[in-house]
Design a protein around this ligand. Structure first.
Ligand code: FE2
Ligand code: FE2
Length: 314
């Protein structure tokens, strides 16, 4: 069997639709409403194509290409209210995330045959947990009234797990992504309690307990693998910073208690909280999305809406 598989090679049945969204696009945009509107109107036809045949098609047709910032489908809707559509999107996003976490842990077990036995056992244990999480979120999709495959799947989580150095592999998957999962599940538990959804709150609580263990695997193995190798330890630290930044888009709440328990230090958490985020501010994106929506609706009414002129290069 092949080692170091690419994200394009992940097997899915015909219920699934792949979205190749990269948040790198957002990170490269300036904090400027007009530029964002212009860029999104340029890529609108491709976005429309990507959501065709999924539940997002109707959302796109209603709101236009800025819909991700009006529905917060990008996984940044960690606090406050959720519409049913948002909840279904989030359950679906976590479901495919769990699927990719299972695939990532399975690949890590397979890709590094010379790694210590305990490392392989930890990765095997993680596969077992992630398989359970996939089942839990499949049921939570159902609980929210959704359906597997109704939203496109983005594989950026798995892409982060493709590194061929085991240290960077567990840094990316176990410390960054599983750490992020802790934040997401902590806020999901709070949301479940807020809206008296005990099933959601309890299910997320069970999953969070496992994710803690996975982060701890990352913390422990990065330490073990980089012991007596400061250069490799530094590379792991740099990679972690880079990955955390890529996924911290739009701001989030750090689950400090859980992350401390899983081997993060206070210093690391302070750094994470104070992290300078790339890309435009959330308010700018929402404002741009409103402009995009109004222009989209005007076009639907048959009005002539000329494209925005490029800003002067000064
Ligand atoms: Fe998981
Ligand atoms: Fe996990």
């Amino acid at each position: 069997m092949k080692r170091f598989m690419d994200h394009e090679e992940l097997a899915r049945d015909r219920r699934f639709k792949r979205a190749n969204t990269r948040n790198q696009l957002l990170q490269s945009l300036p904090d400027d409403v007009d530029t964002i509107v212009r860029v999104f109107e340029q890529i609108a036809p491709r976005m429309r194509e990507r959501v065709a045949g999924t539940a997002l098609e109707a959302v796109f047709d209603d709101l236009g290409p800025g819909y991700p910032f009006l529905t917060a489908s990008g996984g940044t809707q960690s606090r406050g209210e959720r519409s049913n559509l948002q909840l279904r999107m989030q359950m679906h996003g976590i479901f495919v995330g769990e699927l990719q976490a299972l695939e990532a842990a399975g690949r890590t077990l397979w890709d590094f045959p010379d790694s210590p036995w305990e490392f392989k056992m930890n990765m095997a244990r993680q596969c077992w947990d992630e398989a359970r999480h996939v089942q839990i979120f499949e049921k939570l999709i159902d609980h929210a009234g959704g359906e597997v495959g109704e939203f496109p799947e983005s594989t950026f989580l798995f892409e982060t797990s493709c590194h061929d150095d085991p240290v960077l592999r567990v840094t990316g998957v176990n410390r960054c992504l599983e750490g992020l999962a802790c934040d997401v599940f902590r806020s999901l538990i709070e949301y479940g309690k807020e809206v008296d959804d005990d099933i959601l709150a309890q299910a997320a609580d069970f999953v969070l307990a496992d994710e803690l263990t996975h982060v701890r695997f990352g913390s422990d193995w990065v330490k073990t693998f980089t012991k007596d190798d400061p250069e490799r330890a530094r590379r792991a630290k740099d990679f972690q910073r880079e990955t955390d930044r890529a996924f911290a888009f739009g701001g989030r709440q750090i689950a400090r208690t859980e992350r401390l328990e899983a081997g993060f230090t206070e210093d690391e958490l302070d750094e994470l909280e104070g992290m300078e985020l790339g890309g435009p501010k959330r308010e700018t994106l929402v404002r741009a999305a409103e402009v995009l929506r109004d222009r989209h609706r005007a076009r639907q009414r048959g009005e002539d809406v000329p494209p925005l002129a490029a800003a002067d290069a000064s």
